[in-house]
Every structure is written in C-alpha cells, then in structure tokens.
Design a protein around this ligand. Structure first.
Ligand code: NAD
Ligand code: UD1
Length: 349
C-alpha cells in the first residue's frame, strides 16, 4: 500500500511543490493548512498537475494549534510520516510581533509533535533554515557550524530544532530529519504553481518578479559595500523543485532506516550568487529591465552565505540539478502567466 504522508503548510510555496513531487513519487498525501499565507487554488493546481495521482491528495483547512481538529484527523487517518512546513516566515514581522511567531511556529509544532506521539507516528521531516548559521565566520556552511539566531523567526527555527533533538534523546523511536534550506527560488516548470507572497515581498526574487510584471517600480538593493565580488550580498539560491526532491530523499532515508535518529542536512547548491548576478540572470530570462535603487544594508543581513552540500549528497543521495538560469526561467514563466499570483488585482497590495 502507498505510504501516506501528512504535509503541514502544503498549500504554501515550498509545500505545494513538495506535495506534487510526493504524489508523482506515488505517495498518498493529506495537506493541513490554515491558508494564512496560501490559496486553495494551489491545491487545485497541484491536483491537476499530478494527473492520475491527483486523486491521492486530500486537503484539510486546519490550524495546527487546533488540537481537537488535528486529533480528529490523526484518529481518522494513519500517517506513516509528517513533512512539516507550516509556519510564519517574515523576518521583519517577527521582530514587530514576536509572540505571533512563538505562538504560531512553536505552539503549532508542539501540538503537532504531541499529536503525532499520541498516535504512534514518529517520523518527521522539518523545514529549518540557513538562518540558523547567522553571519557565518566562513563558508561553505557545514551542518556542524555553531548556531545562532538574530530575530524571533530564526529563534523559532532554532528552538524547534532543539525540541526535536530533545525528543529524540528521550525516545529513540523517533526518526526526524531537519532540513536547513538555503534560498528557495523559481517555480514548477509548468508555470502553474509558484510563490505568491501576501503583501510586499521580503525576499529578493519575489520582489524582482513583481518589478518585472510592473507591480513595483524598482528593486531596492540592500547594501553594495559588502566585501563580495560586486559589493552586494551573496546567497545560495536553490530551485524549489530541487528542494522538493530533497524532501523525497529525506523520507526515503527515514523509511529505509531500521532505527530512529535526528539528523540535520543542508539543502543548497553549494554555489554563491550576488544580488546583482541574480538580477542580471532574471533580466536575461525575462527580457525585462529591473530598475535598481541602491540603499543601506538591511539590518540582520549576512554578507555571504552558501552551503556545503557534502552531507546531503552522501547520506541522502540528493544533489541539486538546476542552476540560476533555470531558476530565473521558471520563475519568469510562473510570473508572466500569473502576474497576480493566485489572487485577483483587488485582493493584493
Ligand atoms: P509559505 O508561507 O508559502 O508556506 C507556509 C504555509 O504554512 C502557508 O501555506 C501557511 O498558510 C501555512 N501555515 C502557517 N501557519 C500555520 C498554522 N498554524 N497552521 C496551519 N497552516 C499554517 O512559506 P514557504 O516559503 O513555503 O516555507 C515553508 C517552510 O519553510 C516554513 O516553515 C519556512 O519558515 C521554511 N523556510 C522557508 C524559506 C524560504 O525562503 N521560503 C527558507 C527557509 C525555511
Ligand atoms: C532572508 C531572511 C532569513 C530567511 C530567508 C528565507 C533576513 C535578514 N533574513 O534571508 O532569515 O530564512 O530570507 O525566508 O531577512 N535583497 C535586496 N533587496 C530586496 C530583498 C533582498 O537587495 O528587496 C538582498 C538581501 O540583502 C540579500 C539577498 O538579496 O543579500 C537575499 O535576500 P533574501 O531573499 O531576503 O534572503 P536572505 O537574506 O538570505
């Protein structure tokens, strides 16, 4: 029988791409999402893209903190594993509203983990972030680097990682994989699903995309005085479909394992790209000029962050396939076909 995976936050950007890859890999998938930062249209499009596998997807509009609803779901369905994306992710907002982030991300995760344990489901893949490396002393970042957090969002990732390690120490039946994502960009090559942030985008590529379709006048470049090739920040951008595949590899490792564990892996490409290089690649892919406004460094930003991919390559047998050309091509394909994301012009800022 096909394995059944619960995907929290499965209507969101990375979640929707992962759900599609899971369906294509013949898993049965239940999505739980409160649609706080997502649209149910993403679920419809994933169902359509999955073709004959689309029937293996069910959607439940539930907030993870709603213990009763979550319990009902676990009581009615036996899950073999959980892939946990659900969470809030805007760094600036987390500084303004820390309790919103602690409540949503940490309480949501604690309720989920308790409900899983009560129902004997002890296999988890969790979305952590390269943000836990802060401003690294050197690059590439390996999984053994010291961890830190510079804002409440980052602290929720760090705390959840620690919670997982503590749970495993207390009960070695758990099998958990914590994935530290670098910078996910791009979209499914079909152009049917992609990133559709609510409000003003915080991240580079969603902002660039909105400039290209005429929703914003110019990109503000945060800092051009870093000690990098062109003075702008350097990051490890990874195609969201590669990232989605990383989750399949993590689940395979969990299901193949005969014992429990709590392991952490970087998911990145191992390559650093500057803001200006990324803008240039997007201009080439889209044929659009992106006007730039140079500005001060953004507080909390690091200079250069990119991953060591060795551990994931060796132990997950996973490696990113796509480069920035494909990332920009697919992001533009999505943006040009869906300039207002899943929404209508009057429902977006
Ligand atoms: P996203 O906002 O598109 O997806 C998160 C989903 O979780 C949304 O659909 C939202 O509606 C849902 N959600 C939030 N709180 C919930 C709750 N309490 N109950 C149920 N559903 C809830 O974000 P994404 O980019 O797809 O990120 C997915 C995960 O990966 C997040 O945990 C994020 O912190 C992490 N991550 C993202 C990035 C990135 O750059 N996108 C980088 C590193 C880590
Ligand atoms: C940011 C978050 C990080 C989070 C990650 C994924 C901060 C300080 N860090 O990381 O915690 O895990 O997103 O959600 O917010 N840039 C511009 N103009 C823009 C936007 C970004 O120049 O309008 C630059 C940034 O300065 C940076 C690069 O583009 O050099 C990438 O930025 P971004 O996409 O926000 O990702 P991170 O900074 O890596």
């Amino acid at each position: 029988m096909a394995r059944r995976i619960l995907v929290t936050g499965g209507a969101g950007y990375i979640g929707s791409h992962t759900v599609l890859q899971l369906l294509l890999a013949e898993f049965t998938v239940s999505v739980v999402d409160n649609l706080d930062n997502a649209s149910e249209a993403a679920i419809d499009r994933v169902t359509e893209l999955a073709g004959k596998h689309g029937k293996n997807l069910t959607f439940h509009k539930i907030d993870l903190r709603d213990r009763d609803e979550l319990k009902k779901l676990f009581a009615s369905t036996k899950f073999d594993a959980v892939v946990h994306f659900a969470g809030l992710k805007a760094v600036g907002e987390s500084v303004q509203k820390p309790m919103l982030y602690y409540n949503n991300n940490i309480t949501g995760t604690v309720v989920l983990l308790e409900t899983m344990a009560e129902h004997g489901c002890k296999k988890l893949v969790f979305s952590s972030s390269a943000t836990v490396y802060g401003w690294p002393k050197e690059v590439p970042c390996t999984e053994e680097f010291p961890l830190c957090a510079t804002n409440p969002y980052g602290r929720t990732k760090l705390f959840i990682e620690e919670i997982c390690r503590d749970i495993y120490k207390s009960d070695s039946d758990w099998n958990m994989i914590l994935l530290r994502y670098f910078n996910p960009v791009g979209a499914h090559p079909s152009g049917k699903i992609g990133e559709d942030p609510c409000g003003i985008p915080n991240n580079l590529m969603p902002f660039v995309q909105q400039v290209a379709v005429g929703r914003r006048p110019a990109l503000t470049v945060f800092g051009n005085d870093y000690k990098t090739k062109d003075g702008t920040g350097v990051r490890d951008y990874i195609h969201v479909v590669d990232l989605a595949e990383g989750h399949i590899a993590a689940l395979k490792k969990i299901f193949e394992g005969s014992s429990g564990g709590c392991e952490v892996y970087n998911l990145g490409t191992g390559k650093g790209t500057s803001v200006l290089e990324m803008v240039k690649a997007f201009e080439k892919a889209s044929g659009k000029k992106i006007p730039l406004v140079m500005a001060e460094r953004r507080p909390g930003d690091s200079e250069t962050v990119y991953s060591s991919t060795k551990k994931a390559e060796k132990e997950l047998k996973w490696k990113a396939k796509y480069g920035i050309e494909e990332m920009c091509r697919d992001q533009w394909n999505w943006a040009s076909k869906n300039p207002w994301g899943y929404g209508k012009p009057d429902s977006v800022q």
